[in-house]
Design a protein around this ligand. Structure first.
Ligand code: FES
Ligand SMILES: [Fe+2]
Length: 455
């Protein structure tokens, strides 16, 4: 399926760039995905949530955190997903482990927060395990003659890493992470995310189902409604969406930056496009174009200078598209990763306990570092209270106000879905093809019950 939007396609835009994009950005897909409505009850029903816990969250590889969170022996953090919880830690010998966060005595949650550990001690009665998961101490051991140490090891989930992320899988019989990642490692060869530093990291609760949050970020069809101020310098309706045959977990979109949206009906001068983008911090205010110059070329130059002077990162090996554009991949089930350097973000949405109408939404800014330079210390994760805004976090720079606009719409979608009488959502065939792909894959993990009646 092709983008039939009038105006230049994404590929035609990058064809005019001074430094042409790498082959990876030329890999397009034309697979049509259907036109049927998608059921609404998956965002609302507690039964669907239970099915997702059993069929998805307890079976799928998922990102628990960053490798930086467990950089040193004894470092640990807690990863919660729905009702499940893991203590992820690095042992003294350097191995990564993920233990189910429940005491084998009477079930108490062993850990609540990140911290440096030399053992895991339950706060209730003091049962203690080594970082390798072996039972180390039971107060009044004489009173537990029935406990065999070998059977009192802390149960573990699988752990693996890619791209500087710690992945976990709660299914002891799961396949390897490599199989789950499909083409993602090949696509990210030019943009190694394990070499980035975490320059901002913020999480908050959002009053919507986790799928509403994921789906809000994998199309740019909403720019015209939610971010209209970006239209003068953002190619939204002419974005490229890639859903490749045989790829269940990975899809992509490419959005050109520095060109006006096809929604902009009146002629905008190149200078005007640049001026509006400069107001968003994408170029120095007052930058004047040379005769015949384009806003996109000037913004690419400004981005290269920002990376060079701000971070000491030489962008000469990268195309204009990689420096400027939104190159956004989703990794099933709940993560959005950005390739290139133009929008170096990371999003994750996960269920919040057992409430299908609430999720935890995390954003990271993952900046490149100069080769050989030491990574700055990672930004300590900041939790936003309901009254706080993404734009209250200066480290998120010009992404903060955009996230505030997205933040405002997500609970409104959830509230609207509750009031809906139409049993399904109707998707754009092309621009919302990633949502259809995502939901199709979800159904392979969590099949719809055959008797599900429309609400
Ligand atoms: S519940 Fe953990 S030691 Fe008792
Ligand atoms: Fe948005």
């Amino acid at each position: 399926m092709r983008n039939r939007c009038p105006g230049p396609s994404y590929q035609e835009i990058v064809d005019r760039d001074a430094v042409a994009p790498p082959a990876i950005l030329r890999e397009t897909s034309a697979e049509p995905l259907g036109d049927e409505d998608l059921p609404i009850d998956v965002y609302l029903s507690p039964e669907q949530h239970r099915r997702e816990v059993d069929g998805l969250w307890r079976r799928v590889w998922q990102i628990a955190g960053r490798v930086e969170d467990v950089a040193n022996p004894g470092d640990s953090f807690v990863y919660d997903v729905a009702d499940d919880s893991l203590v992820v830690l690095r042992t003294q010998s350097g191995a990564l482990r993920a233990y189910h966060n429940a005491c084998l005595h009477r079930g108490t949650r062993l850990r609540e927060a990140p911290g440096r550990l030399d053992r895991i001690r339950c706060p209730f009665h003091g049962f203690t395990w080594s970082l390798d998961g072996e039972l180390a101490d039971v107060p009044c051991r004489w009173d537990f003659p029935q406990i065999e140490d070998a059977r009192f090891r802390l149960p573990e989930a699988k752990v693996a890493t890619w791209g500087g992320f710690v992945f976990v899988n709660l299914d002891p019989a799961c396949g390897p992470l490599e199989a789950h990642l499909e083409s993602l490692p090949r696509h990210f060869e030019r943009w190694p995310l394990d070499e980035r530093w975490v320059a901002a990291r913020v999480e908050r609760r959002v009053a919507c189902n986790w799928k509403v949050a994921v789906e809000a970020f994998i199309e740019t069809y909403h720019i015209v409604g939610v971010h209209p101020a970006n239209l003068p310098f953002f190619g939204d309706a002419n974005s490229q969406y890639d859903v490749w045959p045989g790829q269940r977990h990975v899809n992509r979109m490419l959005n050109a930056s520095g060109v006006p949206s096809p929604h902009v009906r009146h002629e905008l001068s190149e200078q005007r496009v640049l001026d509006v983008a400069a107001r968003f911090g994408m170029a120095r205010p007052g930058t004047k174009l040379a005769p015949g110059g384009t806003a996109r070329a000037a913004l690419v130059e400004a981005s290269r200078a920002r990376l060079e002077h701000g971070l000491g990162f030489d962008t000469r090996a990268f195309s204009d598209a990689e420096v400027q554009d939104v190159i956004q991949y989703s990794l099933f089930p709940n993560v959005v990763l950005f390739g290139g350097l133009g929008s170096p973000l990371f999003y994750r949405a996960r269920p919040d306990g057992h409430d299908p109408e609430s999720c935890l939404f995390e954003v990271m800014l993952l900046l490149p570092v100069a080769p050989g330079a030491e990574k700055p210390a990672p930004f300590p994760k900041r939790w936003l209270e309901p009254h706080e805004k993404w734009s209250d976090v200066p480290e998120l720079s010009f992404f903060g106000p955009v996230l505030d606009e997205d933040q405002a719409i997500m609970p409104r979608v959830q509230r609207g879905l509750r009031a809906a009488r139409k049993p399904g959502i109707t998707l754009a065939l092309y621009q919302e093809s990633r949502i259809r792909h995502f939901r199709r894959t979800l159904e392979t993990y969590v099949p719809r019950p055959p008797a599900a009646a429309p609400r």
